[in-house]
Design a protein around this ligand. Structure first.
Ligand code: ZN
Length: 339
C-alpha cells in the first residue's frame, strides 16, 4: 500500500475521532445546521443594516443629524382616493365644524401627541417668492403645504408642478381670494370648483385640502367644500408675515407658540415676502433642534387619529434611531420583525 492509499484509508477514521460533532445524532446535526444558518442570517442582516446606515449618512450633508432624520421620516404618502362628503352636516357653522372635525375633515392643528409641525404657505404661486421658499425647504430636506390660488396656478403652472415634484402638498385657496361668506352659493362653488379642476389639470393630482381666504367660513361654504370631499385646514399659529412686521418679529411670533401638531400660517404670495424668506431658515433650524418634524398636511392628517393608550412620544427622544427603523421597516420588513 503506498502512502497515498494509506492517507485515503485513514482519513475517515481520523475524522470521526477529531470531530466530536459527528458523534451527535441526527437531531444534533440538525440543531447545528439551524444554529449556523441563524448566525449567518443574523450576520447578513447586521451587514445590511450597517450598509444602509452608511449609505443613508453619506447621502446627507454632515451639518446635522436632525436633517437626516427628517428626510427619513418624510416619505411622501401614496395618493389618497377621492374622499366622499360627510353626511349629514348639521348646517350650522359650529355644528358643521364639530362634525367635520370628528371625521378628520377640519383641522386647526394636527395630533397634539406627535412632535409634528406643518408649514403652510398661502396666496401663491409667486415667481419672486415661491422658488426661494422651495430652495429653503430643499436645503433642509423638509416639505410643506402650499395653498395656491386658481388664477395663479393657471398663470404659473410650472411653479405648482415644482412644488409637487419636490414632495410638497398643494391645496385649494379659491380662485381669486374673495371673502367666501359674502358670496352667493353659485359664486362660492365656482371659486372652489375652478381651482379644484385647474389644480387637477396642472398637477394630475386631486387636491384634498382647502383653506378659506382670511379663515372666513360659513355653513354654506363648508357645505360646498364638503361636497367636493375637501378637508378644511385653518391654522393655530399665525406668523402675521403679511403685515411685514420685520424678520425677527416673524421669527419670535412663530417660535413663541409652537407645540405638537402646530400648523403655521405663512405666505409665499400676496406681496413682498422678503421678510418671510429671511425668517424661514431660523424658524426651521430652531424647531429641528427642538426635535420637531416638519410634515405636510397629508402626513399630519394621516396621523390625526391616535390609538387609545398609545404612549406619547417625547420630542427630546433620540429620533434618529427611531426613524431609521421606520425607514428600515419599509424596505426590510424581516429586519423589523427580528429587531
Ligand atoms: Zn390667503
Amino acid at each position: 500500500m503506498d502512502t497515498k492509499e494509506q492517507t485515503t484509508l485513514l482519513l475517515p477514521a481520523d475524522n470521526i475521532d477529531m470531530q466530536p460533532t459527528r458523534r451527535l445524532g441526527g437531531t444534533g446535526k440538525k440543531k447545528l445546521a439551524y444554529i449556523t444558518f441563524a448566525v449567518l442570517i443574523a450576520l447578513v442582516l447586521i451587514a445590511i443594516s450597517v450598509l444602509s446606515l452608511a449609505v443613508q449618512r453619506a447621502s446627507f450633508p454632515a451639518t446635522s443629524h436632525v436633517y437626516q432624520s427628517t428626510r427619513v421620516y418624510h416619505r411622501t404618502p401614496p395618493p389618497s382616493p377621492t374622499p366622499a362628503p360627510i353626511q349629514p352636516l348639521p348646517n350650522t357653522l359650529q355644528g358643521d365644524i364639530d362634525t367635520l372635525t370628528a371625521h378628520n375633515r377640519f383641522f386647526y392643528n394636527g395630533n397634539i401627541n406627535l412632535p409634528e409641525i406643518a408649514l403652510t404657505f398661502d396666496d401663491g404661486p409667486n415667481p419672486d417668492n415661491t422658488p426661494q421658499i422651495l430652495n429653503i425647504l430643499k436645503k433642509y430636506r423638509i416639505h410643506a403645504t402650499f395653498f395656491d390660488l386658481g388664477r395663479l396656478v393657471e398663470l404659473y403652472p410650472d411653479l405648482v408642478k415644482q412644488e409637487i415634484a419636490e414632495g410638497n402638498v398643494v391645496g385649494n385657496h379659491t380662485w381669486s381670494h374673495p371673502d367666501l361668506p359674502s358670496l352667493a352659493p353659485d359664486a362660492i362653488q365656482a371659486q372652489i370648483k375652478d381651482t379644484y379642476n385647474t389644480l387637477l389639470k396642472v398637477t394630475g393630482i386631486r387636491p384634498i385640502f382647502f383653506r378659506p381666504p382670511y379663515g372666513d367660513l360659513s355653513a354654506q361654504t363648508l357645505k360646498i367644500v364638503n361636497y367636493f370631499g375637501l378637508s378644511t385646514v385653518v391654522w393655530n399659529n399665525d406668523s402675521r408675515d403679511w403685515s411685514m412686521p420685520g424678520t425677527s418679529q416673524i421669527v419670535t411670533g412663530v417660535l413663541n407658540s409652537v407645540n405638537n401638531g402646530t400648523i403655521i400660517l405663512l405666505h409665499d404670495g400676496g406681496g413682498n415676502r422678503l421678510q418671510t424668506i429671511a425668517a424661514l431658515p431660523t424658524i426651521i433650524e430652531n424647531l429641528l433642534a427642538r426635535h420637531f418634524r416638519f410634515v405636510t398636511l397629508a402626513e399630519m392628517a394621516a396621523h390625526a387619529q391616535v390609538q387609545p393608550n398609545q404612549p406619547t412620544p417625547t420630542p427630546t427622544a433620540p429620533l434618529y434611531h427611531q426613524q431609521f427603523f421606520v425607514w428600515q421597516r419599509e424596505f426590510y420588513p424581516g429586519c423589523w420583525r427580528l429587531s
